[in-house]
Ligand binder design. Structure first.
Ligand code: TA6
Length: 325
């Protein structure tokens, strides 16, 4: 018997959510939840100034956060978008990837003027200044302002502004990365477009310099590379999900590609054994040529992420469509 068809129920308008709400996350850590009217959302922890969630309008999580992430200071949160500052990597007495990712940031209630897009209603401004302890390991007065914005189409935009506030005339230099963990269906189904012919530093081969030979960049084993002079746009194509992440950057000439694969994952406490299959880090960065700021100078580095359906051309992904525009 055919089911009686009832008239379609009109969709009630989505309740207008506050665009930025302060609340508490795992372990009681404070976070800000950004919501866009069409249903996109993002979460930013004050600890680390770290984005820990970015969801599309169907509620699918687009960033990877490990099920073993501890959310317990002083450890950095494993996943999302940790910020590496004032250094990427390990040099001197500074901790690996700097201290910005394991400090408590504050809400910046009065940021200096910011070129804004009136359509963007969901954003938060954070600020990090050095503590007395920080000044002992990195003796520079700085102001790091971070805006995290969620656009009406669900794009996620991070803008960092770093200023030298030294009063004794000293410049400072730093390296930087948005250590972005993307969530992918299966790492063996992922391809990167945009880095194919670039020079890179291979961190797994004594930091030697090589050149990609133009072949498609796919993943079959551990990868830890720093690509130099990367383009303004990189595509991360998830064949299985038929989803492409488009990453645009401004002011960040390098791009790190990282997947720890099985052995390194097993040796990392806050990483599930099989989780390497479902993540990939693509990290716009300034590493090879550190940024130097004189007192009063400010640097800006921007990353914009969007997630779009992959384009198909006779059954094949069409990278030209992805990288146009
Ligand atoms: O961005 C890649 C990398 O520098 C790798 O060498 C790897 O160690 C990764 O960062 C994660 O570092 P973490 O200190 O967060 O464990």
């Amino acid at each position: 018997m055919a089911a009686a068809s009832s008239p379609p129920t009109p969709r009630s308008p989505r309740p207008q959510a506050p665009s930025a709400e302060r609340t508490k996350g795992p372990s009681g850590l404070e976070k800000v939840v950004l919501r866009e009217a069409r249903g996109f959302s993002a979460e930013v922890h004050l600890y680390g100034g770290q984005v820990t969630s970015w969801k599309n309008d169907r509620g699918d999580e687009l960033l990877f956060v490990s099920s073993k992430a501890t959310f317990k200071p002083p450890k950095a949160i494993r996943g999302g978008i940790p910020i590496c500052f004032p250094q990427f990597g390990t040099h001197g007495i500074l901790e690996k990837h700097g201290f910005a990712r394991n400090r408590f940031w504050a809400i910046d209630d009065n940021p200096p003027p910011f070129p804004t897009n009136a359509a963007v209603k969901a954003f938060v401004d954070l600020i990090l200044k050095p503590s007395e302890e920080d000044l002992k390991i990195w003796p520079h007065s700085f102001e790091f302002r971070l805006r995290v914005a969620l656009g009406p189409g669900g794009d996620l935009v991070l803008t960092s502004r770093i200023r030298n506030n030294n009063t004794d005339g000293r410049p400072f230099s730093f390296t930087f990365a948005y250590h972005t963990y993307f969530s992918v269906s299966d790492i063996s189904e992922v391809r990167i477009e945009g880095l194919e012919t670039l020079d890179y530093i291979d961190c797994l081969r004594g930091k030697e310099r090589f050149t990609e030979q133009g072949d498609a960049i796919v993943f079959e084993s551990e990868v830890d590379k720093i690509y130099l002079d990367a383009p303004a746009k990189i595509a991360i194509i998830d064949h299985e999900k038929k989803r492409t992440f488009v990453l645009r950057q401004d002011g960040l000439p390098d791009a790190v590609l990282w997947n720890p694969w099985d052995k390194k994952t097993k040796n990392t406490q806050d990483f599930g054994d099989e989780e390497f299959k479902h993540m990939l880090c693509v990290e716009p960065a300034a590493i090879e040529k550190p940024i130097t700021l004189k007192p009063g100078e400010e640097w800006k580095g921007k990353m914009e992420l969007s997630a779009v359906p992959s384009s198909y051309c006779s059954g094949q992904l069409d990278p030209n469509k992805v990288l146009q525009g």
